[in-house]
Design a binder for this molecule. Structure first.
Ligand SMILES: Nc1nc2c(ncn2[C@@H]2O[C@H](COP(=O)(O)OP(=O)(O)OP(=O)(O)O)[C@@H](O)[C@H]2O)c(=O)[nH]1
Ligand SMILES: [Mg+2]
Length: 405
């Protein structure tokens, strides 16, 4: 049977915790087809929280309590709780859940069911059909929650996920939680750590599912969420968003520089004796299907493509793929040859596209330059795949083909 551990941080929750244990452990757990445990993570509460949980654990072997350690803040509570659940309780999955009934216990069952049906990461979502935020929240709080979510969704580019800041989630241990870097979690002292947990979980999860959550308001209002927390949350989301796309952004910048080299070189080569001479060698092909080979501009395009490739190789090596930088004279020569071989397709694409356009539309600067633009998306996609596969080997073959599924 699957073992699911609910990690529940509780700090001065004497008013809620015994009712929570009754409703959740005694009321809901028996209805769920998994071995359910509750792990309360206390932060040296000044009230009777610890005493109440310890008392409850005497008669229930699925109720546990630990202290989060010396560091204060919700993220630290989850770090200690997750580690304890994995190492000491041998959990197959962990859940994040609040002790104050904002996550009503009846929603645990559908989340565990989604997990049992194969989900790696289950999100209790307030922003999908069936989910909701408290009606009594002030309009301002509703707006902050909604637009905050929208912002994070955009910067992390997660259009398919609707609730990225919920505190009610389930994470599979195997393949997901065990691969997450809990020791370097961002902002563990603040609410913002939730976004890093989500980011890492999604990265490792093959199947992420949202299940509706009717988020309740706290019985006693004492919200700690303020402007500082909000800014930290947006900051974490932005950093993760950029980090995630950094390689792609750099690749695009180098590509643009390569485009300029390409466009200028094409014009410089267009009417030189080399390109005219080469085209002349193939003049017998005029009026055949291969007429583009007899076009000087097609040859100019091939030379320009090669120059652009050299440009891109150099800058991608020292910048885009810096961590994987190739050094050593022989290694660079070897890589550069391999690189040329693997990008020969790009040269061929440009040669054909520009050659054919010139044959049909005439050899003018406008047509040549349009040819470059037309060939570019093809060339870029081709190069990106080749770079990742052969040159800097950031993708393995198996991952590449999985990506294509
Ligand atoms: N162990 C531990 N638990 C904490 C800490 N801070 C908050 N908690 C618990 O974490 C859960 C969420 O905290 P809340 O204070 O309800 O935060 P919130 O839901 O964002 O804000 P509210 O709207 O006030 O409810 C509750 O179960 C708290 O008891 C902490 O530093 N350590
Ligand atoms: Mg709360």
């Amino acid at each position: 049977m699957e073992k699911v551990v609910i990690v529940m941080p509780a700090w001065n929750e004497e008013d809620n915790i015994s009712k929570m244990i009754e409703e959740l452990v005694d009321g809901e757990f028996p209805k769920i087809n998994a071995e359910m445990h509750l792990l309360v993570v206390d932060n040296h509460s000044k009230d009777r929280t610890e005493e109440i949980v310890k008392e409850a654990s005497k008669t229930r072997n699925n109720v546990h309590i630990i202290q989060q350690g010396d560091k204060s803040g919700l993220g630290w509570a989850y770090i200690s709780g997750f580690k304890y659940a994995m190492k000491e309780l041998d959990a197959d999955a962990v859940m994040e859940m609040d002790a104050d009934f904002q996550h009503p216990p009846r929603f645990v069952k559908p989340m565990v069911e989604a997990y049992l049906q194969g989900a790696d990461y289950v999100i209790g979502s307030r922003y999908i059909q069936g989910g909701s935020i408290p009606k009594e929240w002030a309009l301002f709080r509703k707006a902050v929650s909604y637009f905050g979510n929208l912002f994070i969704r955009i910067v992390l580019v997660k259009p398919k996920i609707h609730d990225l800041t919920t505190g009610f989630r389930l994470t599979r241990v195997k393949g997901v939680l065990e691969n997450m870097d809990l020791d370097n979690l961002m902002e563990p002292g603040r609410f913002a750590h939730k976004v890093d947990l989500l980011y890492q979980a999604i990265k490792n999860s093959k199947k992420t599912v949202e299940v509706p959550l009717e988020f309740a308001s706290r019985t006693q209002e004492k919200s700690k969420f303020n402007t500082k927390e909000m800014i930290a949350t947006f900051r974490v989301a932005t950093i993760l968003g950029i980090k995630d796309k950094a390689r792609f952004i750099k690749f695009g910048t180098v590509g643009f520089a390569g485009y300029l080299v390409n466009a200028i070189a094409l014009e410089l080569f267009a009417d030189t004796s080399i390109t005219l001479g080469l085209a002349n060698v193939f003049k017998g092909l005029k009026n055949t299907l291969l007429a583009f080979i007899a076009e000087p501009s097609a040859w100019a395009a091939a030379f320009a493509a090669e120059l652009a490739i050299i440009n891109n190789f150099i800058f991608n090596n020292i910048w885009t793929f810096k961590e994987k930088k190739i050094t050593g004279f022989l290694a660079i020569i070897k890589k550069f040859l391999a690189f040329n071989l693997s990008t020969v397709g790009a040269i061929v694409i440009q040669f054909i596209v520009i050659g054919v356009m010139v044959v049909f539309l005439g050899d003018t600067r406008l047509i040549r330059q349009l040819g470059i633009l037309l060939a570019m998306p093809l060339v870029l996609s081709y190069n990106y795949v080749m770079y990742n596969l052969f040159i800097w080997k950031t993708w393995s073959f198996s991952k590449f083909f999985k990506k294509q599924e």
